[in-house]
Ligand binder design. Sequence first.
Ligand code: ZN
Length: 162
Amino acid sequence: MKINTPFTPAQVQVLNERQVHVDGSIPIHPSTCPNRGDGITYDAAGNADDTVAIHGTEGGDRGVLIATEIGWVCPHCDYRQDWAHAAMAERPVPVGEMFKDFPTIAEIYGAVRPEELNPLIVNYRAQAAQGRPGAEVMWFCLELRRMTLAGNMSHRVEEVER
Ligand SMILES: [Zn+2]
């Protein structure tokens, strides 16, 4: 099952949260650019030299694509993709809820803290300042996610205080 462009704002939000593992679900390998190896060279021993790699690691992996309303875009080259797997665009059940009877698993995977998003936001703001395709969309998605998480946290505190 696939979805095609235009992606809705809700789909863009879910896809981007999943790309950088801030959606609270089990981390999966993000959709990455097929050109992400460009510029990386290897010596005879197989050691990679990525000093002139074209694709950055601002999303936690090299060449993480960004979902936008016109589809996936690569912030580092002109790669575009006008479809996504439908399952990836649906908001997942947070692992913390799936395994709420197993506190250890919930602790390992479950709760995303809002401050965990800060370095990603710094990275994508910098990319947006350079005019990289999609970077501003990712930055805004991360800001929205951080606000949502912060709201949930304060709600949780209120419950404890009651
Ligand atoms: Zn690319």
